[in-house]
Design a protein around this ligand. Structure first.
Ligand SMILES: [Zn+2]
Length: 259
């Protein structure tokens, strides 16, 4: 049972070292949460440190492989005295699950329309899914609708899939609802940049046990995203679950081991 003692955890934020197009260093995040009770954060690398999102026909290079490795490793190196850090591994087309470390808490999987595709038919994709399943690592999946449906229905058997923004960039909240994804036990969601109306609709239809507070920092502001959830007037136990209890429940399942 969640209570006011449950810590507040941001389940969706980006943090990087090479992509200087936005203020997204750890100290930028920490500055933005001053005055809030955010006690933990799930950090993902910025997309621009993982692949060339501006070239749909981008093919991988040695240099990008190095960049990904460095970016993911950087998140593992971060320690903070006043913030518990949950590093996620940003996986890409080479499905480099051999880089998974004991400290990893989940997987980030991301693609927008017009960006280079994941090699879903590559046998390495299945192998990666097996590793993810064995480690009970949740996957934050931001993808086009048809790939989201395929991922959940065909690839992610017994894998928890978190659809960010209540589906805003995965085809939309209602499209995901019509496809019957939200009611699946394996499908979770986060509140980052979602509207108050959609958050209320989600809780009314699917309950509150698989919904997590997220900010999408630096695109969203952790403090105002937190204020948004708190201003919904949720029952205190429901609010505590969304703000951190559900995140911790999911993390309790993760098997921390190396590759
Ligand atoms: Zn994001």
């Amino acid at each position: 049972m969640e209570s006011s003692q449950t810590p507040v955890i941001d389940a969706h934020a980006h943090c990087g070292v090479m992509d200087a197009s936005m203020a997204q260093r750890p100290e930028d995040y920490e500055r933005q949460i001053v005055g809030t009770d955010i006690a933990g954060v799930a950090w993902f690398s910025p997309v621009l440190e993982i692949y060339d999102r501006f070239d749909a026909f981008f093919t991988d290079t040695q240099d990008w492989r190095r960049r990904r490795r460095e970016s993911n490793a950087y998140l593992l190196s971060l320690k903070s005295s006043h913030l518990k850090v949950y590093p996620y591994f940003f996986i890409w087309n080479d499905f480099a699950v051999e880089q998974l470390a004991t400290e990893h808490c989940g997987i980030k999987w991301h693609r927008h329309p017009g960006e280079p595709e994941y090699a879903y038919d590559d046998p390495k994709c299945r192998t990666a899914m097996d590793r993810i399943r064995n480690g009970q690592l949740p996957v934050v999946l931001e993808e086009e609708l048809h790939n989201t449906l395929r991922f959940v229905r065909e690839l992610a058997h017994r894998v928890t899939v978190i659809i960010p923004h209540l589906g805003m960039l995965n085809g939309g909240f209602e499209a995901i609802a019509e496809a019957g994804l939200w009611e699946r036990e394996q499908v979770w969601a986060d509140t980052a940049l979602a509207s108050a109306g959609e958050i209320r609709a989600y809780i009314r239809r699917y309950g509150h046990r698989r919904l997590m507070f997220g900010s999408d920092f630096p695109f969203g502001s952790p403090s105002s995203e937190l204020r948004k959830v708190r201003s919904l007037g949720l029952d205190p136990a429901v609010e505590a679950a969304v703000l951190g209890g559900n995140f911790l429940r999911l993390q309790a399942r993760v098997v921390h081991r190396g590759p």
